[in-house]
Each structure stands twice: as C-alpha cells, then as structure tokens.
Write a protein that binds this ligand. Structure first.
Ligand code: G3H
Ligand code: 13P
Ligand code: NA
Ligand code: ZN
Length: 328
C-alpha cells in the first residue's frame, strides 16, 4: 500500500532502523527493489528524480509504481520525489500521486547555484504548507553536498552545485538546522556531511576528516524529533568496480560511504538513506559480464535478468544492514 514518508520514518524511529531510498527510472530497477523488499519483508521508498521523470515519462513512472503497489499489497511503499528544484515541481509530483516530496532549497532553481538561507526557508515553508494540506510529507535540505577533499559537488554529470564550495557550505550547522525545522515544519531533513552524488565520492577510504559522521550526532542532539536523511550514500562496492573493469569498463579508483558508517548514522537519527549509484554499478557490472560471457546472445532479457538479480542483491543487503528487514 502507498503510505506517506512521515508515517514510515516515524515507525523507523520508534523501532531504531533506517530505510534505504532507492532511485528508480525503469522497470528492472523497480522489480529488483520490490523483489528484495518482498524477500526481506521490508517497507520501501522508491524515489524519482527530475532526470527519471524525463527518462521514463511521468505516466510510465506513475503506472509502474502503481503496478508495484498492486503486485505487492503487503509491502508499505513510499513514492518520493527526489531533489525538487522548485515548489512548482513538487506540486506537479503531488498531482501525479507521489506521497512525499523533497524541496531542495539548498540550491537555486537552476539546481546548481547555492541558495541563501532565507531563500531555502521561504521555498521549503511554501512546499510544506501545500503538501501537508493533502497529507504529503516533505523533505528539506540544509547544506550543500560536496567533497571535503576537493570542494567540488562531485558528480560529473551535473547533479549538484557548480563550482567550488566552502567547508562551511558542505557541513550542516546544528543550530541553523534547529531554526530551519522550526521555521519550515519539514518532516525530514537532508544534511551535508561530506558526501556527494555519483561514483566519485572519495579518493581514499573515508576517515572522519572527509566523512563527518560526528556532525550527525550534533544535529540529532539539536533536532531529536526530525528524521535525518543522508544523500550520496552509495557504498561503491569494490567488487562491482572490479567486475566492470574486467569486462571492458573504465572506472577510476574511487571509494563510497562504508555500510558500517551508515549503520552508525542510523544509530544517531538517520532514517532515510539515498542510494542510486550502487544499483547503477551492479546493473552495469552484471550486464557487461553477461554480454562478455555470451557474445552470441542478443535477447536483451538475458542481460536485464542478470542486472535485476544484481540490483536485488544490493537492495537486500541494505535492508538487512539498516535493520529494515522484517519491518513491513
Ligand atoms: O540526485 C541524484 C540521483 O542520483 C538522481 O540522478 O538525476 O541522473 O536521475 P539522475
Ligand atoms: P548516490 O549517488 O550515492 O547513490 O546518492 C543518491 C542520492 O543521494 C539521490 O538523491
Ligand atoms: Na530525496
Ligand atoms: Zn540526493
């Protein structure tokens, strides 16, 4: 059944677990996530970015999620809009049936220029007002995702801020977080602690100076009743990088957010954990491998089937690690 994000994260807080929020844009990803949720008896958050809506088209995306709800009536499902750039985008998503929206007011409408605090408060507050009126939850973001190593937003294909960010911009301030929640009434707050979107997060396995897990503790102390959200939370499995490279892919040396760090975050109030890149890597690795091993194969279902299984394994591992398994 479709439920609101608030409902799910309240349950997660009461029961001390975290929920992975997986980005989706096609049939195979949705099937992989639902198969994993079914096998783990876990609630799910399916989230769609602006890029996902552009790729699949709004009706296809909506109908595929409706199909997931119909096929798995016993699994609670949140349909969340990821990184809404404007209140208008959030309003459109509500109209298309999303039960939760993210207003990312940390960046301006171009989704590239860091915004002022006042702008962020104003747009987020507006979205909370019209969303709560119809029972839809709202996630806000305070602080900009970016690498504490390089000062860059990270993603090469343009998800996130453009240009150099300051150290302060990349770390959410606990006192400002308290004010932000009081002024906007958001249900969940995405925080910046040194993670970034995409595969290239860290040039070495992260330590406390480049992945500021301690910040989470301080923010949770300031706003204990707000559900915290970690973006850029893919772990970038070295096994999948190796498989991609073995079969002709080119991926530079890179490291993600270790699962055990995320688990620490969950112990400090993180309830929603955004994951896109790990599923992309697993699907790409599985497809490359199957194609290389079966050069005569030309039925795409053979490649997609292995990609779905690889994605399903990643999802099941995250449900398990985050304490989400058995919570449906
Ligand atoms: O917010 C970042 C997600 O990984 C979505 O990426 O815009 O390429 O769909 P996308
Ligand atoms: P990753 O790129 O680390 O998977 O992060 C996804 C994300 O934060 C989507 O909002
Ligand atoms: Na989001
Ligand atoms: Zn994100």
């Amino acid at each position: 059944a479709l439920i609101a994000l608030r409902q799910l994260l309240d349950h997660a807080a009461e029961n001390h677990y975290g929920v992975p929020a997986f980005n989706v844009n096609n049939l195979e990803q949705i099937q992989a996530i639902m198969q994993a949720a079914d096998a783990s008896n876990a609630p799910v958050i399916l989230q769609a970015s602006a890029g996902a809506r552009k790729y699949a088209g709004e009706p296809f995306l909506r109908k595929m999620v409706e199909a997931a709800i119909e096929m798995y009536p016993h699994i609670p499902i949140v349909m969340h809009q990821d990184h809404g750039a404007t209140p208008a985008v959030c309003q459109q998503s509500i109209r298309s049936g999303f039960s939760s929206v993210m207003m990312d007011g940390s960046l301006m409408e171009d989704a590239k220029t860091p915004a002022s605090y006042e702008y962020n408060v104003a747009v987020t507050r507006e979205v909370v007002k019209f969303s709560h009126a119809v029972g839809v939850s709202v996630e806000g973001e305070l602080g900009c995702l970016g690498s504490l190593e390089t000062g860059e937003a990270g993603e090469e294909d343009g998800v996130g801020a453009e240009g150099q960010l300051t150290h302060d911009q990349m770390l959410t301030d606990p006192r400002q977080a308290k004010d932000f929640v009081a002024q906007t009434g958001v249900d969940a707050l995405a925080i910046a602690i040194g993670t970034s979107h995409g595969a290239y997060k860290f040039t070495r396995p992260p330590t406390g100076d480049i992945l500021a897990m301690d910040r989470i503790v301080a923010i949770h102390r300031a706003i204990p009743n707000t559900h915290l959200v970690m973006h850029g939370s893919s772990s970038v499995p070295q096994e999948w990088l190796a498989i991609i490279r073995e079969h002709g892919g080119e991926i530079k040396e890179t490291y993600g957010v270790p699962v055990e760090e995320i688990v620490r975050g969950i112990q400090s109030g993180v309830r929603k954990v955004n994951i896109d890149t790990d599923i992309r890597l697993a699907m790409t690795g599985a497809m490359r491998r199957t194609m290389a091993k079966n050069p005569g194969e030309f039925d795409p279902r053979k490649f997609f089937k292995d990609a779905t299984l690889a994605a399903k394994d990643i999802c099941q591992a995250r449900f398990q690690a985050f304490g989400c398994a058995g919570m449906a």
